[in-house]
Design a protein around this ligand. Structure first.
Ligand code: ADP
Length: 162
């Protein structure tokens, strides 16, 4: 079984994240989308809420081999716990490369048995980040096409009541 972990903050999960997830799900037997628990920032959604939004988005896409979870601590420890041999990451333009390069090498040193797979962002969604979604949405701009349709109203509602 080729199992991959797709880790991230996913606050919120975007169409860019979905592109990467679909590519990974097409290649691997199972992909676990894992929401990182230990970010220092004040999030828009709690970890549980983010997992629930991902669950709705995955169901709406009909992805049968995708699971969702959350984790804290070292990613490679979590990957081993769920028997994942792969870490899935997405690369937008150069802005992601340096960080991904550094963390990829570190993870490889910590766990040479876990391979990181990098998927190129879809050019149509390359400009999307969770923070730009929050910024645009908070100012009343349209977030159509930036986040999964099924998650849109929850995100708009939360940004309004923030
Ligand atoms: P992190 O907080 O670790 O950066 P994110 O939740 O922002 O995690 O993103 C998780 C992964 O998804 C990262 O590998 C990131 O590069 C990738 N990603 C984020 N936005 C996009 C996008 N628009 N297209 C492709 N990949 C993306």
């Amino acid at each position: 079984m080729a199992i991959g972990v797709y880790p991230g903050s996913f606050d919120p999960f975007t169409c860019g994240h979905m592109d990467i997830l679909k590519c990974a799900a097409g290649l691997l037997d199972t992909v676990v989308v894992a929401v990182l628990q230990n970010t220092g920032k004040t999030p828009l959604f709690s970890v549980e809420e983010r997992v629930a939004l991902i669950e709705d988005a995955v169901r709406a896409e009909g992805l049968k081999n995708v699971r969702h979870d959350c984790f804290g601590g070292l990613l490679v420890d979590y990957a081993r716990n769920v028997n994942a041999k792969y870490i899935v990451r997405g690369l937008r333009a150069v802005m992601d490369f340096e960080y991904e390069f550094q963390i990829g090498i570190m993870n490889n040193k910590l766990a040479p048995d876990v391979e990181t797979l990098y998927f190129m962002a879809n050019p149509e969604h390359m400009h999307i980040s969770a923070s730009i979604v929050k910024e645009v949405g908070a100012l009343g701009g349209s977030i159509d096409g930036l986040v999964p349709e099924v998650n849109k109203s929850s995100i708009i509602e939360r940004l309004k009541n923030r």
